[in-house]
Design a protein around this ligand. Structure first.
Ligand code: PGA
Length: 257
């Protein structure tokens, strides 16, 4: 099965309503890039306004709580983001693992809650520079993913459709320097092996694996040429339609509708 490249913008904590015009421009441009699946994860407050206007792109959240509801001041559940129009949620991003102390176990609980609420998930994983330099990156990411993803007997039957893995080496996020194509190729191949081992060939062999960490229009084409790179999770370069759609262009030729 050949899937369309999946290009997801992670706006992080950027964006007030003033950014809606940028989202509109991304949506309009995405209509000319039907060979690419374009998605945006804005802050919670912009999920509904963007969803309401979007004709082409899908909208997602950057996190959700692992419980359906209750006395959790300041939190938001998977059902709530789905109700606002989110179709997916990014989970286990390193900025949440590091900045909010999210453990693999908590990330797994969030994944199960999100899938139960009917959302797709983008499960992030990635190693620090120290782990990479000590030669333990593959082992670390494998262990992290195994503990963060749902166990096979609790995974959805259509896992390949609903679960995407984002490999994001922490040292490449926001630094301007992406991982080398060799590092990406090696890690994606290892992640693929793990997915097949966990979920079997039919689902684990087909789930998308995307790369994140300083993806920009200038380096996107060489990253997309790496075997088993199914798209990109893009932070900084997703904040303007120009640079974000420059990345989409590298993933597929424009179409005439
Ligand atoms: P970046 O962020 O593209 O700004 O490096 C990627 C991410 O954190 O998802």
């Amino acid at each position: 099965m050949t899937r369309r490249p999946y290009i997801v913008g992670n706006w992080k904590m950027h964006g007030t309503r003033a950014m809606l015009s940028e989202a509109r421009a991304i949506d309009r441009a995405a209509q000319r890039h039907m060979k690419v699946e374009v998605a945006l994860a804005p802050p919670f407050t912009l999920i509904h306004p963007i969803h309401r206007e979007a004709e082409q792109i899908s909208v997602g959240a950057q996190d959700c709580h692992h419980e359906d509801g209750g006395a959790f001041t300041g939190d938001i559940s998977a059902a709530m983001v789905a109700d606002a129009g989110a179709k997916f949620v990014i989970l286990g991003h390193s900025e949440r693992r590091q900045g909010h102390g999210e453990t693999d176990g908590l990330v797994r609980a969030k994944a199960q809650a999100a899938l139960a609420a009917g959302l797709r998930i983008i499960m992030c994983c990635g190693e620090t520079i120290d782990i990479r330099e000590s030669g333990r990156a593959v082992a670390f990411v494998g262990k992290q993913l195994k503990a963060s993803l749902p166990p096979a007997d609790e995974a959805p039957a259509d896992l390949a459709e609903r679960v995407t893995i984002a490999y994001e080496p922490i040292w490449a996020i926001g630094t301007g320097t992406a991982a080398t194509t060799d590092d990406i190729a090696e890690m994606h191949a290892e992640i693929r092996k793990l997915l097949v081992e966990l979920y079997g060939e039919e689902q684990g062999g087909e789930a998308r694996i995307i790369y994140g960490g300083s993806v920009k229009p200038e380096n996107a084409a060489e990253i997309f040429a790496v075997p088993d790179v199914g798209g990109a999770l893009v932070g900084g370069a997703s904040l303007t339609a120009d640079s974000f759609m420059g990345i989409a262009l590298a993933a597929g030729e424009p179409t005439d509708h």
